[in-house]
Design a protein around this ligand. Structure first.
Ligand code: ZN
Length: 107
């Protein structure tokens, strides 16, 4: 895999590739209301006990489904970058924003 580093103007998205792997970070995923970690699902003490009633079990399930959809979108973006596609064109940015909004509406 070629080495690359993209920083997109949506969701503070960074797409980084190097030999042996790549990664995507962004603010698109919804975070745990207790610890602010996106992939916390009743993992932290606050979330596990829902101490302050910030997130019901159903809300947590909905957040997990939404984040799973975002993970799929991010994986596609990384795969496209690995294939040498320019992912910071206006059309790509618009497509990413629309995909994330659709995921939010379907969650
Ligand atoms: Zn948490």
């Amino acid at each position: 895999m070629a080495s690359f580093e993209w920083h997109l103007p949506c969701y503070e998205m960074s797409v980084i590739g190097a030999s042996g792997g790549g990664s995507v970070t962004s603010t698109a995923k919804d975070v745990c209301p207790y610890c602010s970690v996106a992939d916390c699902y009743a993992d932290c003490d606050g979330s596990a006990g829902d101490i302050d009633g910030l997130e019901s079990e159903q809300q947590m399930i909905d957040r997990e489904h939404y984040n799973c959809a975002i993970g799929g979108i991010e994986a596609l973006i990384l795969t496209m970058a690995c294939a040498g596609i320019e992912i910071d064109t206006p059309a790509m940015i618009e497509a990413i924003e629309t995909a994330v909004e659709r995921a939010a509406n379907n969650a």
